[in-house]
Unconditional design. Sequence first.
Length: 302
Amino acid sequence: MSGGGGHKRRGGHEEEHEEHENHERWLVSYADMMTLLMVLFIVLFAISQVDQKKFAALKTGLSAGFGAPIEILPGATSLLDPGGAVAPDSVNIHGSNGAKKPTANIDPQVATITPEVVAKLAQATSKAQVKKEVKNLEKARKQLKKALVKAGIPKGATFRFDERGLVASIATDNVLFISGSAQLQDQGRIILDALGPTLLSLPNRLSIDGHTDAVPISTAQFPSNWELSSGRANGVLRYLHSQEKIPYRRMSSAGFADTKPRDRAGTPQAFAVNRRVEIVVLARVDNSLGRAVEELGNDAEE
């Protein structure tokens, strides 16, 4: 009997347990869903509120810059407001519907932003950048010339500006090298030693360019003027690194043979001018501004 009674109690306990587990659990999921929906609508409401003054200023600025006012939908007051009409197929420069509308109360500075204003601003910024860099390069030129004077070789190099920056041109004939050689001479070392400290102190990159005259060369070491001009440029670059401690990462070298003569007269004097190594202090400006550097730099030198 007692066993039967115990069995009944267990049975009753199981029934209560089942009823407890199934007790309206759907309400929890329902509450979670309602909470998420509420959050969603709050976010949508928040992003639909636009500062009307700022939006009007933005719209007018864009219309001034691109030639026509822009509306999402006519009559709309916010980004999510559908307005009272369908957007037009085309935009008229006098307004979205072809009629002039009253000007919004916006910041005058925003209203005056036009493509012409932007272009003038960019031009003024570029000009200021070029002037600043030319001023720096002109200061470097004076320091380099002063160093040559101090070393007793005021004519050891000539200076000019081109579209790349400041160019220090050193003659090769019996100065840097002897004819047909890429071995640095004592006089050439004196010149590089005078220029080295100033070149090291500059933040600019350096390009070492070798040039020859139009007389062809053909030796075991230099099959053509290309190898000779490159060898001379590399010799100067290595010297500036080893003796003047200018890092390799700041320098590059190139040989141009006789493709970029300074004097095209074809005379012995012209050939002597064309045989040279040039140390170019590269201007720290955008490449598109290079021509302005050349013109402004040479004008300042005069």
